[in-house]
Design a protein around this ligand. Sequence first.
Ligand code: VGL
Ligand code: ZN
Length: 208
Amino acid sequence: MKTGVIVTDIQGDFTELKHGFLAVKETDQCFIDKVLTATKTFKEKGFALFATQDWHPKNHISFYTTHPGKKAFEVISRNGKEQVLWPPHCVQGSEGAKILLDGKLFDAIVRKGTEVEFESYSGFHDDGGNQTLLHHILQAKQIERVIIYGIATDYCVRATALDALKLGYQVVMIKGLSRGIGLETAEKAIEELRRAGAEILESIDSLF
Ligand code: VGL
Ligand code: ZN
């Protein structure tokens, strides 16, 4: 069975390393090095590699600054869905939006959250139902299993992995190469993924 790797949102704004606007805990140089080493290993072994990239317009719906009177991390209800209001992050073309791994490692980089009106944690589609090219590319390469890791366990990794399962892919999530915004929400996300049928691994060592 052909396997692809999806590295989610390893971008400056999500890391302590780059003093990002939405820095996630334990995302120092050591974490980035671990992600880089694992990703290079997959590359050397001939896996198809993909990255997702959060890529928001500066007045994106998910930014608290877009909603007068609201504060960062407040949760509002929008079209019957909860929306966390984030500090502005990963603004298109900004330093913090850059992927911290060499772009040449990847067969494709999939941008998400590009529409002002729609949140998009998943690498496959946004909340408005607009699809990215990820599923098409995976299908074109006849990939049936995906290995997923990155930031954030409780948002992008979770949503991308759940959508991959829904689309019929086998999913392996690497816990030790992922970091969550909240401790509790990250634990919950991992249990949810396990229940939905994903295999959860601490590291990539047992894969080889
Ligand atoms: C993400 C919060 C806001 C993620 C993106 O990729 O996990 N989280 N935007
Ligand atoms: Zn975002």
